[in-house]
Design a protein around this ligand. Structure first.
Ligand code: ADP
Length: 168
């Protein structure tokens, strides 16, 4: 399994599945979540609403992942995962690792070959960049691939890119 780094916008990636750093409501937010819903169109939100009306009535907990259509994005699926909010008083790194692990588990269930990840929790959720990159890279490296042959980290600015490059 190849691990690649790209400086760019995740909504433009020609991959099978794009991972969204969503919030538990699944009903949209800012950052990468906002960009995915904007570019992917209303079909994504429609499926998220259906999930909330059914199996995910209380939302998606941190560390878990669920797939929907990718709507108008080049990808086939969006895998929504929820990273933990960073907290100084509590070590939530297991939940951050779980967000990557569970997203890859869903990707394998879908039979996805190429999967793009943003830097989960490293935006509004405040995770220190170097540590977010370390957890992302080490967790993905532990994955035992079946269908997934490429994991592409798509980093939105140079600082984030450099943090990931330092750990790869
Ligand atoms: P979280 O709430 O999990 O912290 P954010 O969306 O706020 O998620 O930020 C996660 C990372 O995604 C940040 O590094 C942010 O700069 C980046 N980001 C924002 N928009 C995009 C995009 N279109 N493509 C890729 N990364 C993005």
């Amino acid at each position: 399994m190849d691990i690649a780094l790209v400086l760019g916008d995740i909504t433009e990636q020609d991959v099978d599945a794009v991972v969204n750093a969503a919030n538990s409501s699944l009903l949209g937010g800012g950052g990468v979540d906002g960009a995915i819903h904007r570019r992917g169109g209303p079909a994504i939100l429609e499926e998220c609403r259906a999930l909330r009306a059914g199996e995910l009535a209380r939302g998606l907990p941190a560390g878990q992942a669920v797939a929907t259509t990718a709507g108008d994005l080049p990808a086939r699926w969006v895998i929504h995962t929820v990273g933990p909010v960073y907290a100084k008083s509590e070590d939530r790194s297991a939940a951050l690792a779980s967000a990557y692990r569970e997203s890859l588990r869903v990707a394998e269930e879908l039979g996805a070959g190429r999967v793009a990840f943003p830097a989960v929790s490293a935006g509004v959720y405040g995770w220190p960049l170097d540590d977010a990159a370390r957890i992302a890279v080490s967790t993905v490296r532990e994955h035992e691939p079946q269908s997934v042959r490429e994991v592409r980290f798509v980093l939105f600015n140079q600082d984030v890119y450099d943090a990931f490059a330092a750990h790869l």
